[in-house]
Design a protein around this ligand. Structure first.
Ligand code: MG
Ligand code: ZN
Length: 195
């Protein structure tokens, strides 16, 4: 039985500032609104689950161990302010760069929905009652392919995405269900609009 609901969170540009590839821990700077946003998710009964593309692994910029260390560091920083992520999922692949096995067309690199399906299996998540918050259309596309509703934030690439692609040029699957200033506003909207 899929008994849990989740708010899936993109990592870079949504929880922490978008600074390009994070290959050193000190490049991880949490967006201030994220602390309260994740605390609210924790109180709401939704699981807080990070789903992140980390193609820097395929490109040889860092390894899986480093991504896990970065996630641990993020978790520690959140916990110091009373917030916690329930689970982290990442895609280490890239379709054309690096060497196998990381160079592959996988089912988990967003906009593919594989990370959502992994989480749903592991944590008994009801995807149709769940939401995704991210800063790129591919976050929205991945969510929709998994049956999850999507909120696009204007942090990270979000503002550029909206300005340069525009709401008319997005793919139908990438169209956000809502657009919010940041992760905190996105969580507020979700908690007001959950069914
Ligand atoms: Mg992002
Ligand atoms: Zn993958």
């Amino acid at each position: 039985m899929q008994i849990n609901r989740a708010i899936f969170l993109d990592r870079d540009g949504t929880i922490n500032e978008e600074v390009g590839y994070i290959e050193q821990l000190d490049r991880l700077v949490i967006i201030p609104a994220a602390f309260e946003a994740i605390r609210l998710i924790n109180l709401s009964g939704f699981k807080a689950i990070v789903v992140t593309n980390q193609a820097g692994i395929a490109k040889g910029l860092f390894d899986e161990t480093f991504v896990k260390q970065t996630n641990d560091h993020l978790q520690e920083s959140l916990k110091q302010k009373g917030a916690a992520i329930d689970a982290f999922y990442f895609c280490p692949h890239h379709p054309t760069e690096g060497a196998p096995p990381y160079r592959q067309v996988c089912d988990c690199r967003k906009p593919a929905p594989g990370l959502f399906h992994q989480a749903a299996r592991d944590m008994a998540i009801d995807l149709t009652g769940s939401f995704m918050i991210g800063d790129r259309y591919r976050d929205m596309e991945a969510a929709h392919r998994a049956g999850v509703k999507g909120v696009l934030v204007k942090t990270g690439y979000g503002a550029d995405v909206l300005e340069n692609i525009g709401p008319d040029q997005e793919t139908p699957e990438g169209k956000p269900d809502h657009i919010a200033e940041n992760i905190l506003k996105a969580v507020h909207w979700i908690l007001e609009n959950r069914t």
